[in-house]
Ligand binder design. Sequence first.
Ligand code: AMP
Length: 196
Amino acid sequence: MRLVFLGPSGAGKGTQSARLIEYIGATHLSTGEILREAVRSGSEEGRQIEQFLAAGGLVPDPLIIQIFARHLAGLKADDNILFDGFPRTLPQAEALDHLLEERGTPVNGVFYIQVETEELLRRLAGRGRNDDRVDVIRHRLEVFSKQTEPLIDHYEQLGLLHVIDGVGTEDEVFARIKEGIENIRRQKAESENESS
Ligand code: AMP
């Protein structure tokens, strides 16, 4: 299965993705993690990336698509993969569709973890990472609603969207995700039956 996690910073993607990976035995492909690791490495690419992260903006599409494609190429075609933090823009979604088409393994489902802005600000204020200053957080949320929300429509039109209420205990939220997974599995089994 190829799954996409969408949601603003603070929606709980990190926690929930860790649980989902264990549940379905998937590889985690988190662009946020990849980018932070690149910054830590101090490479030339890392220095370029650092400026975008510090400002709370997005890494430009051509650069992130290149980095993403490089990491995807390292995974086997039949691996279960959870894409976390990618795509974040329509051009990235198109790039993902294209890359997966080449591999013959399309996206099976998209989880949008939904949390109100006020609640997000409250959660992020308590996290204390150095890219979590209030002005940076606000900017990241604005970027999400401008650049990433259009993806919600995109995946809805493709019939792939699962909206998950991100408010509640970790277990409650994960139970909603599991329900989505079971639906995806059922649909997948049905369509495989039809074509055989
Ligand atoms: P995250 O941990 O997913 O919230 O990502 C942290 C930061 O990395 C984001 O605020 C962006 O600056 C950058 N980033 C992560 N994924 C992407 C992406 N797909 N496109 C552009 N920038 C990204």
